[in-house]
Design a protein around this ligand. Sequence first.
Ligand SMILES: Cc1cc2nc3c(=O)[nH]c(=O)nc-3n(C[C@H](O)[C@H](O)[C@H](O)COP(=O)(O)OP(=O)(O)OC[C@H]3O[C@@H](n4cnc5c(N)ncnc54)[C@H](O)[C@@H]3O)c2cc1C
Length: 408
Amino acid sequence: MHASATAPERCDLAVIGGGIIGVAVARELARSYPARKVCLLEREQRLAAHQSSHNSGVVHAGLYYAPGSLKARLCREGADALYAYCEEKGVPHRRCGKLVAAVSERELPALAEIERRAAANGVPGLRRLQGAQIARYEPHLRAIAALHSPQSGIADFAAVTASLAADLRALGGAIATSCAVVGLRERPRGLLIAHERGELLARYAICCAGAWADRVAALAGGDPDPRIVPFRGSYLALEPRAAERVRALIYPVPDPRLPFLGVHLTRHIDGRVLLGPSALPAASRGRCRGEQQVASDLWQSLTWPGSWRMARRFWRVGAGEVALAVSTRAFARAASRYLPELSAGDLRPAFAGLRAQAVSRSGALLDDFAISFSPRALHVRNAPSPGATAALAIARHIVGLAARALEW
Ligand SMILES: Cc1cc2nc3c(=O)[nH]c(=O)nc-3n(C[C@H](O)[C@H](O)[C@H](O)COP(=O)(O)OP(=O)(O)OC[C@H]3O[C@@H](n4cnc5c(N)ncnc54)[C@H](O)[C@@H]3O)c2cc1C
């Protein structure tokens, strides 16, 4: 979505980053403070150019997340808010339900843990299924047990972002694209934001820069820990004949050591069935960038002690991910554990997204959403999945947090 107004020289509240979270935050600011001037700055030519349009498109119901975490609360609130918003605005979505499938006895304890977490998180309607009950939902699925979540669904997150941006404009907010922020300096009466096309003096800012969250925080003198390590998530599309074997959403039981949900099958809004994503550490944070950017991104990842500690801890998982990245057969093998009729010939390349995953100095992959502050600014430091589902709730949460902490 293009939105090329130039940035004003002054505003009250600035938002940096035009993904689904930044746009939801800017809209929330404009709704909550109608007398204040809100401006959003995005480095790309269009909004939602990165994670927000290159993901699984799944509205998560909140099954997996540690009870009491921000993810657990904001996913539940966000999914309800998102469905209501899509219904009100006519944004494409479908509450199609999903199955989490255990294929062996070994996976049953992890399935039981998901069931326990879902109950603690208040996920409505979750049921454990066996045998013929599973076949009623997904006749081609092979599993010894499954969880059915009727509240899970799909949405077009790029269309959600476009609709939120239209709300923002209608509320008087400004959106400037092709406007990368390159400097943040505190001034006596505000925050001086240097960007590609000039300067903007804002009283306060909220930074939602996705894969560049650590760099934008560093511009404001923020803590370099955690660092973003990008993970490439590629998807393959099922040929129409094979796609007929998948009705809605089929997920494996995820590896409990990782904050990723495993290679799953997703019937998208446009009818395509996609298999993915992989999760391989990537050289660059953005798509279609020059060699210089790739080298600089790679250097940033390699010079972060957390990257090496993470690699030592997860080398075995990483080896499997390398296989997925280079081989359609490996992808097909991963999915044929639960969809036995699937073969490599049923798959063709679709697209890839880059996950912005925060990694601490100690090598831990941050599981929960993370937020930090610098003078006059709030920074969203980690907003991986279910960030798109939770965007409206994240926006409400951080606008409240910023208003209290920054005393605006
Ligand atoms: C492969 C994959 C699958 C996923 N699946 C799901 C799913 O099924 N369901 C779900 O809920 N979530 C999913 N997610 C997570 C979800 O996509 C993200 O949580 C969400 O999109 C994050 O939104 P964002 O606005 O923070 O990030 P982004 O969409 O990445 O937006 C950040 C924006 O900041 C801009 N920016 C960066 N630096 C600057 C700067 N200096 N100046 C100006 N602008 C800047 C960038 O250009 C970008 O547009 C998935 C993510 C991936 C990658």
